[in-house]
Design a protein around this ligand. Structure first.
Ligand code: ADP
Length: 630
């Protein structure tokens, strides 16, 4: 077949690989072995349900062969193989995820940024860091013909029919010539290959075999040695999670994590759990240091890998993780589960539920430990995944709030940092009756709300709710440490003295008629108009009546399909009766109702702006103000 071109992104990536800007070239071997192991997994899976696959668990192997003279390194497997189409699609395109936009990252730096290997499934291409030419011969199990993919890098690739006796894939790398900086020949050396397999691929569950030359005492002699070829297995095949934690370094765990879960950054936390008794399992879990790009989209799938006595039976078992811990990556290996258990059966498996419960507890306790022992790390975690925990508080009518309420944090008026609810209530002043909060787009905007200013001036701390989910979570919590949560913009909050309250009541009664007029001139925009005590020196504000706050209204109406049945918070226009504007309004009520109607609209628009809300008719507002000016 004629040479085909790589897709554009692939080509760029290839260029990078060929020019080897990545410093850890040696990882190519790990990538190829990992692909081989996946391919065997696939065939093995098939064999569980397909009788025509006659291989047994012990028949599978990955083989490495180095030929120094020909400068070739061969990695072969007897896994599922690839069809002609698959060869083209899998090896001709990178970034199948589609969200990896190479253009966003123009030149992709000169090294550090190239840690995209593994992140977007570009593993195979890494082989071009050490090879001038790559030949992949592959035959699908049960197929009659084999195909061979060949490429020398960026100028394209060919796929042709070829001879291959058995099923599986053989990858031949034509190793580059040595340069001053790089001794590529190393990758043809037995010791180097052995150490690379040990370093990166020791846990691979299939044997990685290689013929090695050993010097042995010749039989029947005492000092005559001969060189014999021996077929040895390079990897221990003991999965990393089966090893005692004292035998595994954090670095090894991290590299396992990155390799297996396609991350380019070390995990924030490694969680190991081993349980015997009612449930028998080992779990190795990781808390990523950042949210995957699709985490907050509907494409994201949660779940842990599920193994039954070392054999992978499911890649993403979602039953093992509650939604609020969906960010956890990792695996569970249990001897309690049957190998052939189907997805449907698993859902109802009692044992699985016992395991999930234990994992949930463990994750919560690890997070709590992290919060108390490493605040900085926890805040990093919280920035990435905190919204998910808050969602967990809200979800299911708050049935998980006990578990989660001490793991969530908010910004507050007291300091720039996050505070936990416990920290807030621990430092509450004795006379403070409730936990105060306010919501808005940013902390700075919330701080400027008249009501917030007033509560803060009374010496109380106010939690700043900036995330969409915050107010919903708080409303589900309702109380913490027996203290109620109170929105400072709620009409019921009045921190003034009894006399002040009495005075306000009188003022309100006197102005009832005027408020009726103002309300009417505002149409049905507000449910009431009244004087307030609670906004210091500010003239006006909006207060909330009822369950739905302005913040919640905003969030709900942002949701898809919301416009048809828009939710409306009941709002009250509050006017500071100590502000000169109050006297002005009374005067206009007596003498100039038309002007009062215009003023009311201006005041209402101002109050909306202060609350971070849009105004329906900015042109009208501008007109009204201009009329005042001329
Ligand atoms: P990733 O492994 O991250 O998906 P790669 O570029 O390493 O990305 O490989 C692309 C695809 O090519 C794999 O997903 C797999 O479908 C296929 N592939 C690679 N190596 C093999 C192999 N040895 N046997 C069968 N399929 C393979």
């Amino acid at each position: 077949m004629a040479k085909k071109q790589f897709k554009t992104e692939s080509k760029k990536l290839l260029d990078m690989m060929v020019n080897s800007i990545y410093t850890h070239k040696e990882i190519f071997l790990r990538e190829l072995i990992s692909n081989a192991s996946d391919a065997i997994d696939k065939l093995y899976f098939r064999s569980l349900t397909d009788d025509t696959v006659a291989l047994k668990q012990n028949d599978y192997e990955i083989r490495i062969t180095a030929d120094k003279e020909a400068r070739t390194l061969t990695i072969s497997d007897n896994g599922c193989g690839m069809t002609q189409e698959e060869l083209e699609n899998n090896l001709g395109t990178i970034a199948k995820s589609g969200s990896f936009d190479f253009k966003n990252n123009p030149e992709n730096g000169n090294g550090e940024n190239i840690d995209i290997i593994g992140q977007f499934g570009v593993g195979f291409y890494s082989a071009f860091m050490v090879a001038d030419k790559i030949t992949v011969s592959s035959r699908v199990y049960g197929a009659d013909v084999a195909y061979c993919w060949e490429s020398s890098g960026a100028d394209g690739y060919t796929v042709n029919e070829c001879n291959k006796e058995s099923a599986g894939t053989v990858i031949v790398l034509q190793i580059k010539e040595d340069t001053e900086d790089e001794k590529y020949s190393e990758y043809l050396e037995e010791y180097k290959l052995r150490s690379l397999v040990k370093k990166y691929s020791d846990y691979i569950r299939y044997p990685i075999r290689m013929f090695v030359e050993n010097s042995k005492l010749k039989e029947g002699t005492e000092n005559e040695y001969e060189t014999v070829k021996e077929d040895i297995t390079l990897n221990s095949m003991i999965p990393i999670w089966k090893k005692a934690s004292s035998e595994v370094t954090d670095e090894e765990y991290a590299s396992f994590y990155k390799d297996k879960f396609f991350d380019f950054e070390d995990p924030l936390r490694i969680i190991r759990q081993k349980t015997e008794g009612t449930a028998n399992f080992e779990a190795l879990m990781f808390i990523p240091s950042h949210a995957p790009f699709d985490y907050y989209s509907k494409d994201f799938e949660k779940g842990l890998q599920l193994y039954s006595s070392g054999v992978l039976i499911m890649d993403k078992c979602k039953e093992l993780l509650p939604d609020y811990f969906s960010f956890v990556r990792g695996l569970v290996d249990s001897s309690d589960l049957s190998l052939n258990i189907s997805r449907e059966l698993l859902q109802h498996d009692r044992q699985l539920r016992v395991i999930a419960k234990a994992l949930e507890k463990k994750i919560a306790s690890e997070l709590s430990k992290m919060l108390s022992s490493d605040r900085e790390e926890y805040e990093k975690f919280f920035k990435a995944f905190g919204a998910q925990l808050k969602w967990g508080v809200y979800e299911g009518y708050g049935r998980n709030k006990e578990l989660l309420q001490d793991l969530i944090m908010f910004k507050s008026s007291a300091e720039e940092k996050y505070v936990t609810l416990k920290e807030y209530t621990d430092r509450m002043r004795e006379e403070q009756k409730a936990i105060y909060y306010a919501s808005g787009d940013t902390e700075a905007r919330i701080a400027l709300l008249p009501q917030v200013e007033s509560v803060v001036n009374h010496g109380f701390e106010v939690l700043y709710l900036t995330e969409d989910i915050d107010e919903f979570a708080i409303s589900m919590l309702a109380k913490y440490a027996d203290k109620e949560f109170v929105n400072v913009c709620n009409e019921n909050l009045d921190l003034s003295t009894d006399e002040e309250k009495e005075a306000l009541k009188n003022e309100n009664e006197k102005a009832e008629e005027m408020f009726g007029f103002i309300k009417e001139s505002l149409g049905d925009c507000v449910s009431a108009v009244r004087f307030t005590n609670t906004i210091g020196s500010h003239a006006v504000c909006l207060a909330n009546e009822g369950m739905l706050s302005l913040g919640m209204e905003k969030v709900l109406n942002k949701m898809p399909g919301a416009s048809e049945n828009a939710m409306k918070a009941e709002i009250v226009l509050e006017i500071n009766f100590k502000h000169p504007i109050a006297a002005k309004l009374s005067e206009l009520f007596k003498n100039d109702k038309e002007k009062l109607a215009s003023y009311s609209r201006i005041l209402f628009a101002n109050a909306r702006l202060i609350s971070g809300l849009e105004i329906d008719n900015p042109a009208e507002l501008s007109e009204l103000i201009c009329n005042l000016m001329i």
